[in-house]
Write a protein that binds this ligand. Structure first.
Ligand SMILES: Cc1cc2nc3c(=O)[nH]c(=O)nc-3n(C[C@H](O)[C@H](O)[C@H](O)COP(=O)(O)OP(=O)(O)OC[C@H]3O[C@@H](n4cnc5c(N)ncnc54)[C@H](O)[C@@H]3O)c2cc1C
Length: 503
């Protein structure tokens, strides 16, 4: 039964850290009790409408169970990506032993925690890259009231997209075209963010504080963010260039696959990577026959372990995907693919998803310190003062573990963009977020929190095949990472435990 907040809620109904879902007027509202105070906020995450009632309350914040966005309960501020927009807030009134949710507060005072600590104002800021980290950085700069010029330069032909969706609901036909841009076109004008598309930055003049564009123009910067992401690996398979095989990184790549799929019957996906398998799932949803060819013996085993790899493989097989594991592709012809074992598969559509390489050529050429990525300190600053790097390219110094890390996760890229933005304004804030990613196959989503390049023990709890389980990745008795299926709140809880275990 939904609580009607107009009738009031007994204070005894909520213990500290608990929330109750209800209605205020015609809107879903979450009433939260924390630290002896009551807060009423919008019940849905502004990223993918996740139910905040199913998330967790941490201090004066609430975290979304879907992709771990975090909101400030005091003002609705979206303090951690992937949500970029705040949630609404309502006035709360206590009368006797009841709590009432009154009118919606007209405009929540969204103030990010570090806004009072901005100590630097670069004359101008240039962002190279129109992806997760680039957009989140530009957005945060404006939220931090930075009023100088911001130029975002992107080699893509479309504005920053919701890239994870390109292999999932958009590719399967379940998401509409207008879901994909992270921000509508007017956002860039309204926020005075100059967005240069189809423009490649060819060089960075570190000493001269300029970037050199492929059209010969130069742009000066007071501070620079490099957020050039990654590029799909193109294996040297004979015929791959002439056939042509598809790769998936950009909005236009996804559109091209959809167009090819509309005339195809039989697809071959080369690579059982996350992207390869998500593409396989989406193409099955479009009713194409799908074969997946990959050299490993169990999909995703190296990243998720054999147990979860098996569950994912079985799920795809149940949906009709045929795996050719332990094999590679030796040739791609017009409408067929030849395998290393001699087999031949029909293929009027070929998608290659065998991993990505960080796009670091620009930074290398500029003489920045490299470390299998761009080396950045805990503040995401490169070896050149005033030049920051974030996202797939950045190998950062992680204070919790003392290790240097680089990951290819959406939420990490966005959060790094946000931290880099605040640091460009002098905040000196370390990047401390525990890495989180998710992957979706048909109607099953895997959520993963932590960082485990290798482990000595995998402990499974529950029944993964029944979509109700957790995998703990351990080394020397220490939990490094947790993957969950159907246990979103546990994943959030694991994030919280990892946060408090170190520092
Ligand atoms: C199809 C797909 C699905 C994914 N799904 C998930 C998922 O479910 N969960 C998850 O956690 N992660 C997922 N990822 C990974 C995630 O999208 C990336 O980790 C994230 O986009 C990295 O952000 P970024 O800002 O570093 O790079 P990107 O978002 O790739 O942006 C890089 C930008 O830099 C531009 N650029 C590069 N070089 C230059 C240059 N020299 N000059 C100008 N511009 C340049 C590019 O054009 C692009 O605009 C997925 C990735 C893809 C491709």
């Amino acid at each position: 039964m939904t609580t009607n907040f107009a009738e009031g809620v007994p204070t005894t109904q909520l213990r500290d850290g608990e929330s109750v879902l209800g209605r205020a007027g015609d809107e879903d509202v979450l009433l939260v009790r924390t630290g002896g105070q009551f807060f009423a906020v919008g019940a849905h995450c502004t990223h993918y409408k996740g139910a905040l009632a199913e998330g967790i309350v941490v201090g004066q914040t609430v975290r979304c169970p879907l992709h771990h966005a975090c909101f400030d309960l005091r003002n609705g501020d979206a303090i951690r990506a992937p949500a970029l927009d705040s949630i609404d807030c309502w006035r709360v009134e206590q009368k006797g032993d009841k709590i009432f949710v009154r009118e919606k507060l007209s405009s929540p005072q969204a103030t990010s925690p570090s806004s009072t600590r901005n100590t630097r104002t670069p004359e101008s800021i240039v962002i190279v890259g129109g992806g997760a980290a680039g957009l989140a950085a530009a957005d945060m700069l404006r939220r931090q009231s930075y009023s100088g010029p911001i130029t975002m330069i992107s080699a893509d032909d479309s504005a920053p997209p919701d890239r994870p969706n390109l292999s999932k609901d958009y590719l399967s036909g379940e998401a509409q075209e207008d879901w994909i841009p992270l921000r509508p076109p007017e956002y860039y004008t309204e926020h005075k963010i100059e967005l240069l598309l189809k423009t490649h930055v060819d060089a960075i003049d570190v000493a001269g504080h300029q970037v050199v564009l492929n059209n010969g123009q130069r742009r000066s910067f007071g501070a620079l963010l490099i957020a050039t992401g990654a590029t799909p690996v193109r294996p040297p398979i004979p015929g791959a260039e002439s056939s042509p095989a598809h790769y998936l990184r950009s909005f236009s790549d996804s559109r091209a696959i959809i167009e090819a799929a509309s005339a195809a019957k039989h697809a071959v996906v080369i690579g059982a990577s996350f992207i390869g398998l998500e593409v396989a799932a989406s193409l099955r949803t479009r009713n194409l026959d799908v074969d997946v060819v990959a050299p490993e013996h169990r999909p995703l085993e190296k990243i998720l372990g054999a147990e979860l790899g098996k569950v994912i493989q079985q799920l795809h097989e149940t949906h009709g995907v045929k795996f050719h594991l332990g094999e590679t592709v030796t040739r791609i012809d017009d409408a067929r693919v030849t395998l290393s074992g001699g087999g031949v598969l029909d293929a009027d559509l070929v998608v290659i998803g065998v991993g990505v390489r960080p796009s670091i050529a620009l930074a290398e050429k500029a003489g920045l310190t490299m470390d299998r990525g761009i080396a950045v300190d805990e503040h995401l600053e490169t070896s050149a003062p005033g030049i920051f790097a974030a996202g797939d390219i950045a190998r950062w110094h992680d204070r919790r573990s003392g290790e240097r890390r680089r990951v290819e996760h959406w939420v990490v890229a966005e959060r790094q963009g946000q931290v880099a933005a605040r640091n460009m304004l002098g905040a000196r804030e370390p990047f401390d977020a525990i890495p989180f990613f998710w992957s979706q196959h048909y109607d099953m989503t895997i959520r993963y929190i932590g960082y485990a390049e290798s482990w000595d023990t995998v402990a499974v709890d529950g029944a993964l095949e029944k979509r109700d389980g957790r995998v703990n990745y351990m080394r020397d008795g220490r939990r490094l990472a947790v993957a969950t299926i159907g246990r979103d709140r546990e994943n959030l809880q694991a994030e919280l435990e990892m946060e408090s275990a170190h520092l």
